[in-house]
Design a protein around this ligand. Structure first.
Ligand code: GLC
Length: 422
């Protein structure tokens, strides 16, 4: 059973992930400091230069909304430790760059104004804080730099800082809908982050906030820890059969997926997914009971890359006509059909037809159960009738498309109004 405070989230199904920070300038992805083992000093020029003159979160919000997205999650702080918000606990923040202002506040206000829910990504890893483990850590940029061999940080002081920043994020900007922590690894997990205390503090301020599962903890266990979070967060894949707990009951989940192959802006990566891949991916998530959080990585000037906007616009056209088969929908009990996928909401079964096939479209086991069928995009009648050559399949219902191609080659949605439970 989905907890009441998570229902809106699992209902909305489609969100925008935004990875943005200093790493937009080197433009080789948000891990650049770790991958290239850059010191704080070597990374500093980007801080001094950061001046996103084209940053217009109202425009971002419009793009998200027109794509059919209902919520967004933006990096308040990524692993490099740079804060896009005006934290009182550090100088390493956007207000001290040429940008000179709190960019998270502007994001929150703009997205809210468009009627979108707002979420914040917050990295519990921090490559800038002096008390975070350096030498010998698995991923810290200074992990094998001899100069840091004797570096001793007071990890507890880091935790106080980290908890303090989360407190700031939950008290300075009104209601935050989603808190998206990233991430635990090896022994850096759970109580190492003082995670129970952290989540208790968060819930005391914002009881209904939806929290991901990356503080650690086992959300599939019979008794998940308080910090195990509200949803699972598969990354760069769609789980083959949704996600279930130890008892086989469905859990809430959201797959996060990049549009090209990077989260943060990467100028050389033009390996974009097509609108078709995105639309079918979203439908796949819904058909398995999950959400899709689709990423954009704005550039140093503050623009969402043109390619990403073009893809999102195409997705938006499809969503405009077919969004009813996504929002508030989930899996159905029928097996995955050969021609595509089903999603369902109450007595409405949505047939997502990808493959025109050679004969009529077969709805297995639905003979006599369909009250009416309509093309979702324009409401036009689709006749449910058994053709002369299908008399051998009395359990099944059929529709036929007169033309050799489908009305929508990406995903033709036929809504089947059922007259009995399936
Ligand atoms: C990974 C990466 C990170 C990215 C995240 C998104 O864990 O560390 O850069 O923000 O995935 O899910």
């Amino acid at each position: 059973m989905t907890a009441p405070h998570v229902r809106w989230f699992m209902n909305d199904r489609f969100g925008m992930f935004i990875h943005w920070g200093l790493y937009a300038i080197p433009a080789r992805g948000e891990w650049v400091r770790s991958l290239e083992k850059l010191s704080v000093e070597e990374y500093q020029p980007f801080f001094e230069e950061f001046n996103p003159i084209k940053y217009n979160p109202k425009e971002w919000a419009r793009i998200a909304k027109e794509a059919g997205m209902k919520y967004a999650v933006m990096t308040a702080k990524h692993h490099d430790g740079f804060c896009l918000f005006d934290s009182e606990l550090t100088d390493y923040k956007a207000t001290n760059t040429p940008a000179g202002r709190d960019l998270i506040r502007e994001y929150i206000e703009a997205f809210r104004a468009e009627g979108l829910r707002v979420g914040l990504y917050y990295s519990i890893i921090d490559w800038h804080h002096e008390d975070y483990p350096h030498y010998g850590d698995k991923i810290h940029p200074m992990r094998d730099n001899d100069a840091y061999r004797d570096h001793k940080g007071e990890f507890d002081r880091y935790l106080t800082y980290m908890h303090g920043q989360v407190h700031e994020l939950l008290t300075k900007y009104g209601k935050i809908d989603v808190m998206w922590f990233d991430f635990s690894y090896d022994e850096m997990t759970g109580e190492k982050w003082r995670a129970t205390e952290l989540v208790r503090m968060m819930r005391s301020i914002q009881p209904d906030i939806v929290i991901d599962n990356r503080l650690g903890g086992d959300g599939k266990a019979a008794e998940p820890e308080i910090y195990a979070g509200d949803f699972m967060s598969p990354e760069q894949l769609l789980p083959p059969e949704g996600v279930v707990n130890h008892a086989g009951e469905p859990l809430s989940w959201e797959s996060c997926i990049t549009l090209n192959d990077h989260w943060g802006y990467c100028s050389g990566d033009l390996n974009y997914k097509s609108p078709k891949t995105v639309i079918r991916g979203l439908v796949e998530c819904v058909s398995k009971g999950g959400n899709l959080l689709l990423n954009v990585g704005p550039n140093a000037k503050g623009e969402i890359p043109r390619h990403s906007i073009d893809i999102l616009n195409e997705v938006g056209k499809w969503m405009d006509a077919n969004g009813d088969s996504v929002y508030g929908c989930g899996p159905c009990k029928l097996e995955k059909p050969e021609w595509g996928r089903y999603t369902q909401r109450g007595n409405l079964l949505y047939a997502h037809i990808y493959d025109r096939g050679m004969g009529p479209i077969n709805f297995r086991g639905l003979q006599g159960k369909i009250k009416r069928a309509r093309l979702l995009s324009d409401g036009s009648e689709i006749k449910v009738e058994t053709p002369w050559n299908a008399w051998e399949y009395p359990e099944d219902a059929f529709i036929s498309f007169g033309s050799a191609s489908l009305p929508d080659e990406i995903d033709t949605v036929v809504v089947l109004e059922l007259n009995e439970d399936i």
